[in-house]
Design a protein around this ligand. Structure first.
Ligand code: CP3
Length: 358
């Protein structure tokens, strides 16, 4: 289904973020920050209130305001919807909570075949109407593209199976190897949910989508190929007809960057472990790249941030198809003034990557 001509992504198509996603020339290097909305911002802490993020986002005007806060303060080139990767699974009834300081937790984790019944298909207008309402509000206020998103099947599966954030992903890996048939059925359902969610976000007004496979770097390339790739590939395939850029991000993904690109992404986001010239070699010439300043360095003084940001720009080589970002989310301890300066640097000097520091 082609997008209507009054769809927001049409009027915004000449903006740097969308141009860079398409590897076109840009007037400045676009920049946005993963987790740009959130606890690092005093204006967020002021209006966020108590309780789970899953309750907070049901207030569409609050979620829209939180989405807009970093756009106003930093002048970033894209907004990202204020929501979470576990919203759709929670909305279909797989009870999950997001505990502040911990992350997503599940009282009754996914254990057996019968748990598949707890993952019916997602009907966005019925199950997550507040998400669509938030996007609708945002389309009236935004002058930069809105990025919609979903958790990738593997990363969401890990939360459902482990029951809490896990460093080893041990139960997840155990299930994929011992019960491959249940594993693929679970992945297939999570794939359907991610597709339905992102499709509805685009039809409501999002100009691009990003699939967050944050923990895919925990897998070997072989396991990624056998147990994850076909599902993530289907996500990208089934969104292709929408004609919006599709980004693919994970942490610690050095060994699977080429596969993440091959899955059908227009943009691959990388963490700080691989320099961007090498990222570009791995993802190939037809894919834009996003990243990759280490977010912990943003806790250092400005001279450090400046030096390291220039290194990132240098590795990107001033070539089209680079979106500046952090290699993972903004840490809550980050001083917003540092990110303000960082946006200014990228906008003013991003295209002169080789010019020496003043
Ligand atoms: O600015 C943005 O990037 C947009 C919003 C966004 C949030 N979560 C808001 C959020 C996005 C894109 C996410 C995705 C998400 N959530 C991912 C993928 C990206 C990544 O970071 O790797 C993952 C793995 C999650 C799971 C999750 N949700 C974690 C680990 C946490 C942190 C728990 C904590 O409190 O330390 C959350 C909660 C969450 N999601 C917060 C925010 C702003 C934090 C606090 C809150 O207001 O409750």
């Amino acid at each position: 289904m082609p997008l209507p001509t009054d769809h927001p992504s049409h009027s915004l198509s000449e903006t740097p973020y969308l141009q860079a996603c398409r590897r076109q020339e840009v007037r400045h290097v676009p920049v946005w920050f993963q987790r740009q909305a959130g606890r690092s911002l005093p204006e967020y802490r002021e209006i966020r209130g108590q309780g789970s993020i899953l309750d907070a986002i049901q207030d569409a005007s609050l979620a829209a305001e939180i989405t807009l806060q970093p756009v106003r303060r930093y002048g970033v080139d894209a907004a990202i919807l204020f929501s979470d990767i576990v919203v759709p699974v929670n909305a279909v009834g797989f009870e999950i909570d997001v505990v502040p300081g911990v992350g997503p937790t599940v009282n009754e984790p996914f254990r057996t075949k019968t748990d598949l019944q707890r993952l019916r298909s997602l009907e966005p207008p019925v199950d997550t109407p507040y998400v669509l309402e938030t996007i609708n509000i945002l389309t009236h206020h935004l002058e930069v593209p809105l990025i919609g998103f979903a958790g990738a099947p593997f990363t969401v599966a890990s939360y459902l199976i482990e029951g809490q954030p896990s460093r080893t992903h041990q139960r997840t890996k155990s299930l994929m190897h011992s019960e491959p048939s249940i594993w693929h059925k679970l992945m297939s359902r999570l794939t359907d949910i991610a597709i339905a969610s992102m499709r509805s976000q685009v039809l409501a007004g999002a100009s691009a989508v990003q699939l967050f496979d944050s923990w895919a770097g925990a897998l070997s390339a072989k396991d990624y190929t056998n147990f994850v790739f076909p599902h993530s590939q289907r996500v990208f395939d089934e969104l292709a007809d929408l004609g919006v850029p599709r980004a693919h991000f994970g942490v610690g993904t050095a060994e699977i960057l080429s596969l993440m690109s091959e899955a059908g992404a227009d943009v691959v986001g990388a963490d700080w472990r691989v320099p961007l010239d090498e990222v570009r070699r791995r993802v190939g010439p037809d894919t834009a790249i996003q990243g990759n300043l280490d977010p912990t360095l943003c806790l250092a003084e400005w001279s450090v941030v400046e030096k390291e940001a220039r290194e990132v720009l240098k590795a990107a080589g001033g070539q089209p198809g680079h979106i500046f970002n952090l290699g993972h989310g903004v840490l809550p301890e980050t001083d917003p003034a540092i990110l303000e300066q960082l946006v200014e640097l990228i906008h003013n000097e991003g295209l002169q990557a080789d010019s020496p520091a003043p």
